[in-house]
Design a protein around this ligand. Structure first.
Ligand code: GLC
Length: 752
């Protein structure tokens, strides 16, 4: 019978085996298997990332920093991209989407690559994934951050169900030049409104845990100053003082960071001589060192390679070195880093420590998304989530809240419900694609309800006479006759005008802001019939409306309302929804006034109609056609009873401002009560007024409510000439108003 192996021998054998295993693992070439620590649930994310970095080859690290563009129509990764995944040389994609295509690509990453790091799928979910909500500039017109949070949350649900982990939104660029087509993607001209909507959209996309199956990681973009492109020409140079950066362009990004945004995207523009994608001041000094941001930074599309066009990189290697050393982590689409990174490290132009930092940001994002634990999406949920009828109901509600009534002479609106023959005419009256605007995610034209269809659902097909008049570009008047005939044979007309969907958004700057082509001629021909008519505008930027503003009985700014466009327009025009939106951007009288924004500086010669030698034009008023914060209602409101207490505070004190808003009309409606502040005398010049609070207040006819605002250090501070944020002693004026013009005026003092 064999003798039992002595205990001490067994221990020695086990120790020898463990040492051998450790030696094998240690000697095993890097990148051939995940680190053991990655599987250890007891270790924290940073320790796990250390483990990954210790196991990855340089080529695999560079792979995590590469993002490529999947096939847009199908959402699939191409074969060559899947091969890079197998080789551990691709970390993320844009446009890869759909539960089946993303799971297929993920399976390659997790079953056919050696390291098995999950892929990250990014996509531009800007204002909806399948259910398309109003364009962001339209949604900002609601002055309802809860609505923005709601639409972003629904977009996140749909996107994540379709395998998308990461949205390249919200776009939070402050924009004061409507020639720039991308004003449509943001929240307009104001720092305070833009910051509130930035945070709301981040919360909506991410919730408090974006590893959940109904949330996505958000991206604050485009960092930074993109909206200041000279002459409103997209991708153009920006030259912005540090003061203006900190006072105007940084705050909505800071609001996103404070809301926990997962990532940033760099902007295309040259910023003060150093393109933003390679600008250490904004990428490291401000974002990382001052703000403590620990998320990932992705470049915009080929922005690495475009450093050559900018003239600061001689070749791809230069471009990669500049961008990564400045603090951009992921290269979108161009491959300058993947193709030159190893040599740059070998030549000492890039350190592997810098590469490790960038990879750490990427792996941290993947861990925070839960991709190492739940890399696949449940494909069985996708169809149901994308077709949830509640999403369309919410899209219709938010679209109605986003519309702004610019004019309503003689109560032209709401239309009489007794109407039974309505003309619905114009280039955008029955266009499904245009209703969604730009950046429509995975929106489908067939899902869209047009204005014509919206009214046909109410009046029946026989109750609506439709004629296009001309297409959206409207170079030909050949169809005007039909439109005029439709109007003549009806009791009233809804004239739907505006810009084709692709006249705003990226690469869509305009030098003129008039209605396109011969649309104004069509409108004048319809007006000449003498029939009652109202104008509905569908556009992605403030327009110069001139004749229409002077002659049209009523104008409703509907922006691009999204999937439920027609139902929302019918709701508003028929009075089922009382419009309560307010403009987030000033509408200029003409292009010559641009840049035009309400919070301008007073200058040394403020406009004085009695004095030639003051700041003005000879040929146009200084004021906008329609001011920031303006919007009418089917009812009327009155403000009264302003109180400002106390009337004197210390610099760290707080002022409470109250006022009563009353619905003095006969129908219920919402009023957006706005609080503006002016620091009368300070060590640096201050705007003539700055928005520092707002509340959209629903009121029944005859009802009134007291609105309360609090002003504290953050609301009253300025950046002095030594760069400090301080509240300086002196007099302050406050207004409680319903737009950026006029209002109840009060004052208080900050003591020394
Ligand atoms: C585009 C846009 C950016 C977008 C990215 C990916 O060029 O500038 O906003 O997120 O590329 O589509």
């Amino acid at each position: 019978m064999s003798r039992p192996v002595p205990f001490v021998v067994r221990i020695a054998l086990a120790a020898a085996l463990a040492a051998l295993l450790a030696l094998v693992l240690l000697l095993m070439p890097r990148g051939t298997s995940p680190p053991a620590i990655a599987q250890d649930p007891s270790t924290d994310v940073e320790a796990k990332i250390d483990g990954w970095l210790s196991r990855m080859t340089l080529e695999q690290k560079l792979g995590q920093l590469q993002q490529l563009d999947a096939d847009f129509p199908t959402g699939r990764l191409r074969d060559d991209q899947l091969q890079l995944v197998r080789e551990g040389r691709l970390g993320s994609t844009l446009n890869g989407r759909g539960a089946v295509p993303t799971n297929a690509a993920q399976r390659v990453a997790l079953e056919e690559s050696s390291l098995r790091i999950p892929l990250l799928f990014g996509f531009d979910v800007i204002h909806g994934y399948r259910t398309v909500f109003p364009v962001p500039l339209g949604e900002a017109s609601s002055w309802d951050p809860a609505a923005a949070e709601s639409s972003a949350a629904i977009a996140a649900q749909e996107a994540r169900a379709a395998g998308v982990h990461w949205t390249f939104a919200p776009m939070v660029d402050i924009a004061r030049d409507p020639r720039w087509g991308r004003v449509v993607e943001g929240a307009g001209e104001d720092v305070y409104l833009g910051s509130v909507f930035s945070a709301a959209r981040v919360r909506g996309f991410q919730g408090d845990d974006y590893s959940r199956p109904d949330r996505v990681a958000a991206t604050a973009k485009h960092w930074v100053g993109y909206g200041a492109a000279e002459a409103g020409r997209d991708y153009n140079t920006t030259d912005i003082s540090e003061r203006r950066l900190r006072e105007t362009y940084f705050p909505p990004f800071r609001a996103a960071v404070d809301a926990g945004v997962a990532s940033f995207m760099t902007s295309f523009n040259d910023l003060n001589g150093t393109p933003a994608t390679a600008n250490p001041f904004v990428l490291r000094d401000v974002l990382r060192d001052e703000w403590g941001f620990d998320g990932a930074v992705v470049s915009d599309y080929t922005a690495f390679r475009e450093l050559i066009n900018h003239g600061i990189a001689a070749d791809d290697a230069d471009a990669a070195q500049l961008a990564v050393n400045a603090g951009t982590d992921i290269e979108m689409v161009s491959r300058t880093l993947a193709e030159n990174g190893a040599r740059l490290v070998a030549d000492g132009r890039l350190s592997e420590a810098t590469i490790d930092d960038a990879v750490r940001h990427v792996l941290r994002l993947k861990y925070r998304l839960g991709l190492f634990d739940r890399p696949y999406v449940d494909a069985s949920r996708e169809a149901a989530v994308l077709s949830d009828p509640e999403h369309r109901r919410e899209a219709r509600r938010i679209a109605g809240r986003s519309m702004v009534l610019l004019k309503n002479d003689g109560g032209a609106l709401p239309l009489s419900r007794k109407l039974n023959k309505l003309a619905v005419v114009g280039p955008l009256a029955d266009s499904k694609l245009d209703m969604m605007g730009t950046w429509i995610g995975d929106g489908k034209e067939d899902d869209v309800v047009t204005v014509r269809e919206g009214f046909e659902q109410v009046l029946g097909r026989r109750g609506v006479r439709y004629a296009q008049g001309c297409d959206a570009v409207c170079r030909s008047s050949g169809g005007f006759g039909n439109a005029v005939a439709a109007v003549r044979s009806s009791q009233a007309a809804v004239v739907v005008l505006g810009e084709p969907w692709d006249w705003s958004g990226e690469a869509s700057s305009r030098s003129q802001l008039d209605l396109p082509g011969r649309q104004l001629q069509l409108l004048r021909a319809i007006a000449a019939t003498g029939k009652p008519y109202v104008v509905v505008l569908m556009n992605g930027r403030p327009l110069t409306l001139d004749w229409a503003a002077r002659h049209a009985p009523a104008i409703l700014e509907a922006w691009y309302p999204g999937t439920e466009a027609g139902n929302a327009v019918a709701d508003v025009l028929l009075g089922r929804v009382n419009p309560g939106g307010k403009l987030p951007m000033s509408f200029p009288r003409n292009v010559g006034q641009i840049p035009l924004h309400y919070d301008e500086k007073p200058t040394g010669r403020p406009f004085d109609p009695a004095n030639k030698y003051t700041s003005k034009y000879l040929d146009v008023d200084n004021t906008p056609q329609y001011p920031f914060g303006f919007g009418l209602s089917y009812t009327r409101f009155a403000l009264s009873g302003l109180t400002v207490t106390p009337n004197s505070i210390a610099p760290d004190g707080e002022v409470t401002v109250t006022a009563t808003v009353r619905n003095t009309g006969r129908v219920a409606g919402d009023e957006v009560v706005q609080l503006y502040v002016r620091d009368r005398v300070a060590s640096v010049t201050r705007p003539v007024r700055s928005l520092r609070g707002f509340e959209r207040v629903p009121l029944a006819a005859g009802q009134s409510r007291q609105v309360t605002f609090r002003l504290d250090h953050d609301d009253l501070s300025l950046i002095d000439n030594s760069g400090r944020e301080v509240v300086e002693p002196g007099a302050f004026t406050v207004w409680v108003s319903t737009s950026s013009v006029g209002g109840l005026q009060g004052s208080f003092t900050v003591t020394g």
